[in-house]
Design a protein around this ligand. Sequence first.
Ligand code: SF4
Ligand code: SF4
Length: 70
Amino acid sequence: MKEMPVIDGEKCQQCGLCVSVCACGALIIVGDAVKILEVDECRWCTLCELVCPNGAITCPFEIIIEDDQA
Ligand code: SF4
Ligand code: SF4
């Protein structure tokens, strides 16, 4: 299964920052919580995790840049 950002609804304060930085339109605020709207749209940039002031988003993946010159 594709790994996705995990959103802790208890920590989320619905500020909308994560939605605004997600260039892929993968996040949306529904009612009182952020939801993953389009799983296939996530490009694992981790920006949502970085901007969340409440630590409500955890990306269970990391970006590895491989050096082809090695
Ligand atoms: S990791 Fe990036 S593309 Fe995926 S939901 Fe977060 S901000 Fe959007
Ligand atoms: S940035 Fe964090 S607190 Fe703000 S809406 Fe997104 S998950 Fe919620």
